[in-house]
Write a protein that binds this ligand. Structure first.
Ligand SMILES: [Zn+2]
Ligand SMILES: [Zn+2]
Length: 342
């Protein structure tokens, strides 16, 4: 089969690789569509210690397709079924899993290799996180299940509710999905981001106010002014993964408000919080990471019902061979999500 192989940062090659064959409990899926993701762009630019433990390797983790070959003992699927899979599945045995925090599983089984003609889905993901698609849902939209599940996780943990002011930092794919979910929750959404296309998308997707972060610290005062009594946002979600923005997220949040620290930062970084505010204003700061099988199912449900219309996020459709070009478009801020087809 053809696939995109990651050799080292900046060096990816579209080449012939062996087509995997599924073992017991596994399934081989013919990729219908694979989506670009910020994580993959990061990997392309500077490598990734967790995703890319050894190279060369296939990569890409947001995908949907058709069941092509079924391994021994798989009964839940048939050849020809249209499916979407998550990029991981928890073990349900380790300490965090037994606590009920399965997204923190110490033995999360990850799956990469969506930028290829076929992907072999390991048995645990087949059991836990491979779902059939309704006929009307396109592969490209279905592939949004994984990032959408992360966004649902962020919104659910935030407790954001009807009529509240929800401030979101970051207007990339995640910030935009969070904004859509915030509207669905009945919140008033203030979206703060950078880049012409992203800000325009924020407006198209229905954020109540879209602010340009390029204006600097002025934006923080403006955000507070937009909240009732200038008190600050009820809930703030940080989706840029930059420590200085984590601090800004705390700054625009009201007394007794909640801040969701959603964007993963570079290893070794720290951020500062005003102890007076933290204590006397009883702020809640919550880190939220990844997704769970429950959120994967909720994401597919919202997409299937049309409650979340992902088509506005899918700005480009390209052939797999053009992946380097797709990354260039993303780097220049000229695309949000690109659907790649083999
Ligand atoms: Zn992703
Ligand atoms: Zn576990």
């Amino acid at each position: 089969m053809k696939g995109v192989v990651f050799y080292r940062p900046g060096d990816i090659r579209f080449e012939e690789v062996p087509t995997p064959s599924p073992g017991p409990g596994e399934i081989l899926v013919r990729i219908g569509s694979a989506l670009t993701c910020g994580t993959d762009l990061k990997t392309y630019r500077r490598g990734h210690p967790v995703i890319m433990k050894q190279t060369p390797a296939l990569f890409g983790h947001e995908w949907a397709g058709t069941v092509a070959v079924i391994g021994e003992g798989v009964e839940a699927f048939q050849i020809g079924d249209r499916v979407v899979g998550a990029n991981s599945a928890p073990c349900h045995r380790c300490f965090p899993c037994l606590l009920g925090r399965v997204n923190l599983c110490e033995d999360l089984e990850f799956l990469n290799g969506a930028y290829a003609e076929y992907i072999r889905v390991p048995a645990r993901i087949v059991r836990e996180n491979l779902l059939p698609l309704p006929p009307h849902l396109s592969f490209a939209q279905a592939a949004l299940v994984e990032p959408l599940a992360c966004a649902i996780h962020g919104i659910e943990r935030s407790g954001a509710t009807l009529g509240q002011t929800l401030c979101i930092f970051g207007a990339g794919p995640m910030g935009l999905l969070l904004s859509l979910l915030g509207k669905l929750k009945g919140c008033r959404v203030i979206l703060i981001g950078k880049g012409k296309l992203r800000l325009k998308k924020g407006e198209e997707l229905g954020a109540d106010v879209v602010l340009d972060a390029a204006k600097g610290s002025e934006v923080l005062a403006e955000t507070r002014r937009l909240t009732p009594g200038d008190r600050g946002a009820d809930v703030t979600i940080e989706a840029t993964g930059r420590p200085e923005v984590w601090e800004q997220a705390v700054e625009v949040t009201r007394k007794a408000g909640t801040v969701i620290l959603f964007g993963g930062c570079e290893p070794g970084t720290t951020f500062r919080v005003d102890t007076r505010r933290m204590h006397y204003e009883e702020l809640t700061l919550l880190g939220v990471f990844h997704h769970t099988p429950r959120y994967i199912r909720e994401a597919l449900h919202l997409l299937s019902e049309g409650k979340i219309d992902g088509t506005l996020l899918l700005t480009h459709r390209m052939r797999l061979v053009s992946l380097p070009e797709a990354f260039e478009l993303l780097s220049r801020g000229e695309a949000i999500k690109i659907a790649l087809e083999p």
